[in-house]
Each structure stands twice: as C-alpha cells, then as structure tokens.
Design a protein around this ligand. Structure first.
Ligand code: UDP
Length: 484
C-alpha cells in the first residue's frame, strides 16, 4: 500500500533575512539548473511514515522548497503491517549496532520484507514515469530498488542511520541489505563514517540534515505564549494567562487545544522552576530510562530541577512498533523511584492528531527548558539537538554519531563521552542548572552553531545530486551553474 501525504510548495523568498543573500542566490541558480536538466521529470521521495521522527520532520521542508523552485516533486509513504515494521525496526536497530529485539534477519524476514515492498511497488510503479528519479529513504524502502531498476528508473538511497565503527550486529544488517544495494545508482549518508566499505565512495554523497527555521517547531515564540501552550497541554503550571497560540507554517494562527497524557505524581513544574527536557520517540536507543535514572540519582537530590521526558502518543508513529513497550518500560521504572524523586519526573505523551500543534508543543518545551538532554545510545543525526541549539538552549548530549557533527564540546553544548555513564550525565546537567552564566554562554554558542545547518545547504546538495543524475554529462550541472 502507498499513500501520498500532501505537502505545500514553500517559497524560497521567505528565507531572505534568515539565510545570507549570496547563499540564496547560489541556491536559486543551482535549483534553476537542476530544473532545466530535469525538464519536467519528477523526483519522487519514498519513506515509511508521514509523521514522527527526523525523516518525516525534514521531508516536507526539503520537498516543499524543491516544489517552490519549480522542480516536480512528490512524496509517497509505504504502508506495511506489524510484521513488516518488526523486521524494519530490527534492521534499524542493527544498523545502529544494537540487536533491538534480538530477533533474526534470515530467510523468513526477507520474505516478509520483500512481500510488502512488492505490494508497494505494484502500487507505486504505475504512478511513475520511466525517467523519474526516486529517492528511497532508510532500510524500510531500500528493497524497492530492484523493482524500480527493472523498469529503468534511477534511484538514490538516502540512509539516515548508521554507526561510526561497524560491529557484528551492523554487518548482519548490511548482509541482509546487500542484494538491494546493488541496484541503487547513488547513495546519501549523513556522515562519511556511516558508509560501509561495500558501497562505492564515488557514488556516495554526504548530506548533513538541516532544520526548518520557519516551521511551527522552530519559529520564534514569545515565552508567555510558550508557557500558555504548555499549561494548556498540562505540562506546566498556569502562569500569565497569555493565549496558547502559535504561528502555523502557512502564517495562520494555531491554538493548542489538546492535552498531553502525562504520567506524574505531583503537579507539573512551575514556570520559574529549572527544567530538564528530553524530546524523543519512545525508542530504546534514545535511552529515556537512562535519562530518568541519571536525573533521579544525580540531579534531583542536589538541585530543585524537574525532568520532562516527552515523546509522541505511542500509537503515533506508524513505522515504530516498539514505542508502546518502551514507554511502558519507562512507566515501570518511574513507579519504582523514591516518591520525592518521582514527584519531579514527568513522562509526557504529546498529542499527534495535529502535527503542527505537536510541533508547537515541542518548540515550547525546548524554549522553556533550562537544559535540553539527548542521551542517545546511537544517533544518525539527532535533529532534536539542532532544534534545541537553534533556540539557544544549552544541550547535554552523547558524543556519538551525528551529534558530534553538531556540538563543539563546551562551546555549543556539553558532550557526554560515554552515553552509559549516568553519574557523568548528572554532573553535566548539574553544571548547567547550577551555573546560569555558563548555560547562557553555551546557549549563545549553540545558536551560532545551529545557523550553519539551515536548509539552503541540504537543498543545494540535493539539487546538485539530482541534476547530476538526470544529466548524462556529469560536468554539465557545474558548468551551467557557473554560467548561470
Ligand atoms: N518529535 C516530535 N514530537 C515528539 C517527539 C519527537 O515532533 O513527540 C520530533 C523531534 O522534534 C525531531 C524528530 O521528531 O524533529 C526526531 O528526530 P531525531 O533526528 O532527533 O530522531 P529520530 O526520531 O529520527 O531517530
């Protein structure tokens, strides 16, 4: 099954003022060249969920601007049952070097994987022109490559995950994926270290993820509105009585109406209490339990801070079958904490019915946070880190994967060398909670650094990549870009 989520063209002019003029001019020129080379052919992106997680977060921006530049752009989402997503989640965990549910990746799993993608391919192929270019995202969709290649359709595989040093578990996933890799034209990774040696470097491009500065998640938000939204959702004690309102991506006014489902034993934090926040899907690799225990043992006894662990309602991310179990694991651990620590820890499932309301609540939480944590055990990039940095928040994050590309330790955040070191985690959090001047100066460094990850960078890289694939003469795009 395939669905086609709607997304709107975004006008690149709106980036004026946020992105330097010379960069915008360069982008406009490259996009125009790619459009000419594509000559009406479409670029079709395929992934496995329309909401939840970093990929679904980035696609509407990337695709919206591409469409805004006049490039034919479409977005398809592959549906699959629980069996399929159990296999793809296992692949996801394995590519991060973790065994996940410890299940196999053998013949039976391959049959499930290929059956679902054969069905998806059956629905997708009639929608495609033979000279369209298809961008497949992550392992969930890679298995479509042979079907597409069989029709002469050129493909890019955009892999958002990986680990810096392969292990037996990650190699098992790569063995599973090998037959499909052979049919891909170009590869895109977030970091060079994620490319396995079997994928040719000359057909690989590294494209660092970027954030959308104008989305409901990242656009400026007055603190009294942020607090009113959090109070409306039940995440903060009521304050000034300001409207719980935010700007939607199309400029219209949105209001937070729904409440979060919060597991807590005391009142929500007061607006002036120090707050530590981690926002993540309920995923083992985000280590929400580790954040909670580290906070309970090493932060709560020595500071007045509260902790909010926030993730989507557990039914909200269609390609993530482990969310409900992981959330339950957090609740079980929370129940066993001493009452005075439990009282300051809040487990929040954010409403997901309206994606922009969810985004606005994340925006508000990140802004209200004294410190944002991202104590992941593995991370392809970690968009939540960039989102918090963009808002000038000091972040304590594991020194792993794509997080290391974002934070310069002690300049634009604090890096935790060993993500399993709970005492070390607590120490870093305490330093920022107890030293507001340090927190402020790291927050300033974070905002400066985040400005290097604005969407023109990734749009430029994609325009070059797609133009290069569409044109049989590889030098043409560069020459045309220079001449334009
Ligand atoms: N996110 C969200 N609502 C939630 C939890 C997460 O919008 O309740 C977003 C978060 O703001 C970020 C994305 O999901 O934009 C997560 O991306 P990241 O790269 O950090 O991790 P992934 O989920 O892709 O592993």
């Amino acid at each position: 099954m395939i669905i086609w989520p709607p997304f709107s063209a975004l006008d690149p002019v709106e980036l004026t003022g946020t992105i330097r003029d010379d960069r915008l001019i360069g982008l406009r020129r490259t996009a125009a060249t790619a459009r000419t080379i594509l000559d009406g052919r479409a670029v079709v992106h395929v992934n496995a969920t329309a909401t939840g997680g970093g990929v679904a977060e980035m696609l509407p921006t990337l695709l919206g601007y591409a469409r805004g530049f006049g490039i034919g752009t479409r977005w398809a989402v592959v549906g699959g049952g629980p069996e399929f997503f159990r296999v793809t989640k296992r692949l996801h965990n394995h590519l991060h070097g973790h065994p996940g549910d410890a299940g196999p990746l053998d013949h039976a799993e391959r049959l499930v994987y290929e059956r679902v993608l054969a069905d998806a391919g059956h629905d997708l192929l009639p929608e495609l022109g033979s000279d369209d270019i298809v961008v497949l995202h992550d392992p969930q969709t890679l298995g479509l490559a042979p079907l597409l290649a069989g029709r002469g359709i050129r493909t890019v595989w955009r892999c958002h995950i990986g680990i810096d040093r392969s292990n037996g578990t990650s190699r098992r996933a790569w063995r599973f994926l090998r037959p499909y890799l052979a049919e891909v034209d170009r590869f895109v990774f977030s970091r060079a270290a994620f490319r396995p040696p079997t994928i040719p470097v000359e057909r690989t491009r590294i494209i660092t993820p970027t954030l959308d500065p104008l989305s409901a998640k990242n656009s400026p938000l007055p603190m009294d509105s942020a607090r009113a939204m959090l109070a409306q959702a039940g995440l903060l004690q009521p304050g000034s009585g300001a409207a719980a309102a935010y700007r939607r991506r199309d400029g219209s006014l949105g209001r937070v109406r729904r409440r979060a489902e919060v597991v807590q034993s005391g009142p929500p934090p007061a607006p002036d209490q120090p707050l530590v926040v981690q926002v993540s899907r309920w995923d083992r690799l985000k280590d929400m339990p580790g954040v909670m225990i580290g906070f309970a043992e090493h932060v709560a006894p020595r500071t007045p801070a509260h902790l909010v662990l926030a993730g989507p309602m557990v039914s909200g991310v269609s390609d993530d079958p482990e969310g409900a179990a992981e959330f339950q694991r957090c609740v079980d651990i929370w129940h066993h904490l001493p009452p005075d620590q439990r009282e300051r820890i809040h487990l929040a499932c954010l409403p997901v019915t309206d994606v922009e309301e969810n985004a606005a609540l994340v925006n508000a939480l990140q802004r209200q946070a004294t410190v944002v944590a991202q104590k992941s055990l593995a991370e392809g990039f970690g968009l939540t880190v960039l989102e918090a940095m963009w808002k000038g928040r000091p972040v304590v994050a594991s020194a792993i994967g794509g997080i290391r590309d974002q934070i310069r330790d002690r300049e634009s955040g604090l890096l935790l060398p060993d993500p399993y070191d709970l005492a070390g985690f607590g120490r870093l959090i305490r330093r920022l909670v107890q030293d507001p001047r340090l927190a402020e100066s790291i927050g300033r460094g974070a905002a400066d650094r985040a400005a290097e990850f604005l969407p023109d960078r990734s749009l430029m890289a994609w325009a070059e990549l797609i133009g290069g694939i569409a044109d049989p003469e590889p030098a043409a795009l560069c020459a045309a870009t220079r001449a334009g």
